[in-house]
Design a protein around this ligand. Structure first.
Ligand SMILES: Cc1cc2nc3c(=O)[nH]c(=O)nc-3n(C[C@H](O)[C@H](O)[C@H](O)COP(=O)(O)O)c2cc1C
Length: 455
């Protein structure tokens, strides 16, 4: 079958393919093709043979953690929604694809949409929700078409809608097309947008699982998490647990890009060393300097630290995150100050502006980096970077603000000499940029000629 997903998404071999295995084998436009490969077997088993509590128990036994960034235990969220007294509950599949550096959710939505829909229906059954909403990014046009089609086919075949599979369970399935900046993928921002308000985050608690969309318990789940749910109900919790780290079982979709020979999408057991991810992407194209792990709010791990497992807690301890599952590889000719500026500038532009420390803080961080890059720092600029970062993290309304300073803090800790060389001598140790009009006092230490001044 010709490729069924956007050409910019390349699926790489290696790792452990579970969710990716049917992409290119299943026709994403037909339910029949999905069913031929065992599709909806997990939903049938859940709805006709297991109680909602037993489904929650199975996902709990699998140890599934949310793949959208937080790593929160999926079963625990369902239990909160189920245990909250309510007439009505809702589940939402988060396909806002807010982080443009992560391709996993889009690959699933385009290449195997029924897998996500099946997981969503199982989540609805387990958490006692009668409504299931697929919230998808408006510019993913192929994904939208296929998800609409999948929802229609599932409903017409009594896998969704009234009296699912002849049981007394009803789950109304719909597709909602949303748009917005990076922050629009944050779950409370998404729920506000779904309710017709501005897509801005809300203070938590209360968490959506107890008070969510229109005030009713709402389970928001990442698309990849839902695909794993369908996989678990078909293959068993034990099979799911057969790979992964002690704390984080199963696989994760990871997008590796930047200075690598084969950028693309991987599926690997959680806990796989970062060095192996680099290897599966064909290795670095130059002298690898650092991996920025976790997207805009992620952090830089230096080349010497790549034995670190790709896992929630170890990454967090190192100042990085799993985030939406992206890894940007940078080589020796990449300026770490510029790289940090790139990420923080993204967060500043893609924030909503609701929280003042975030709205102003991210901009001040960018301005401070610009002074350092221009070799015109103020005496307290390095203190300011750290103090402002700490205050933003302490007072954050949402994770965008809390994590936005991470690229600065990790590069400052691990590549402080690059900051000092820019600030004090106006030179880029990577030989990548020169932001003053004056010639550098001494040449770049790497022996590479400085590139043209930045605009
Ligand atoms: C700035 C920001 C953007 C986010 N974007 C997404 C997104 O595009 N898709 C997603 O599933 N989760 C995103 N999240 C995480 C969600 O808030 C939420 O944790 C997730 O959808 C819950 O699903 P999970 O438990 O299955 O991971 C984002 C979080 C933040 C702070």
């Amino acid at each position: 079958m010709a490729s069924t997903i956007s050409p910019q998404i390349r699926i790489l071999p290696g790792g452990e393919h579970r969710l990716l295995t049917d992409i290119g084998r299943v026709d994403p436009r037909t339910l029949a093709s999905y069913r031929e490969r065992g599709g909806y077997g997990g939903l049938e088993r859940a709805i006709t043979r297991l109680t909602p509590d037993a489904v929650i128990g199975e996902v709990e036994a699998a140890g599934l953690r949310g793949r959208g960034g937080s790593g929160f235990l999926t079963a625990a969220k369902w239990r909160v929604a189920r245990d909250t007294q309510a007439e009505r509950r809702i589940v939402v599949a988060n396909l806002m694809g807010a982080d443009p550096s992560a391709l996993g959710d889009r690959a699933l939505a385009e290449g195997n949409p029924h897998l996500v829909v099946e997981g969503l229906l199982i989540a609805a059954y387990a958490s006692g929700a009668g409504e299931a909403i697929i919230a998808v990014r408006r510019d993913w046009t192929d994904a939208i078409e296929r998800l609409h089609n999948a929802a229609r086919e599932a409903t017409e075949s009594h896998l969704a809608g009234y009296l699912v599979l002849g049981t007394d369970t009803s789950i109304q399935l719909s597709v909602w097309e949303g748009s917005g900046a990076y922050v629009a993928g944050e779950e409370t921002a998404l729920l506000n947008a779904l309710a017709g308000d501005r897509g801005m985050p809300a203070i938590r608690p209360p968490f959506p699982a107890s008070v969510g969309l229109w005030g009713v318990p709402t389970v928001v789940q990442n698309a990849e998490t839902l695909a794993h749910v369908a996989w678990i109900l078909l293959h068993s919790a034990e099979a799911f647990r057969s790979v992964g780290s002690e704390a984080s079982r199963g696989t994760k979709l990871v997008t590796v890009m930047g200075h690598v020979a084969e950028p693309g999408l991987l599926e690997v057991p959680l806990g796989t060393p970062l060095l192996d991810l680099l290897g599966m992407a064909g290795g670095g194209t130059g002298n690898t300097k650092a991996l920025f792990v976790g997207g805009p709010g992620g952090g830089a791990i230096e080349a010497g630290g790549l034995t670190m497992p790709y896992d929630y807690e170890p990454l967090q301890e190192a100042g990085a995150i799993i985030g939406s599952g992206s890894v940007l590889v940078t080589d020796a000719a990449t300026c770490m100050v510029e790289a940090a500026r790139f990420f923080v500038d993204f967060s500043a532009r893609e924030a909503c502006g609701k929280a003042i420390p975030c709205r102003i803080g991210t901009k001040r961080l960018v301005e401070t980096l610009d002074r350092i890059l221009a070799a015109t720092p103020r005496p307290d600029d390095f203190t300011l970077l750290r103090e402002l970062s700490r205050k933003m993290s302490d007072t954050a309304l949402c994770r965008l603000e809390r994590l936005a300073p991470a690229p600065i803090l990790t590069t400052l800790d691990r590549f402080g000499d690059e900051y000092r060389a820019h600030a004090e001598r106006g030179i880029c140790l990577a030989g990548a940029c020169r932001t003053t009009d004056l010639p550098p006092l001494i040449g770049p230490l790497t022996g590479v000629e400085p590139a043209a001044p930045l605009e």
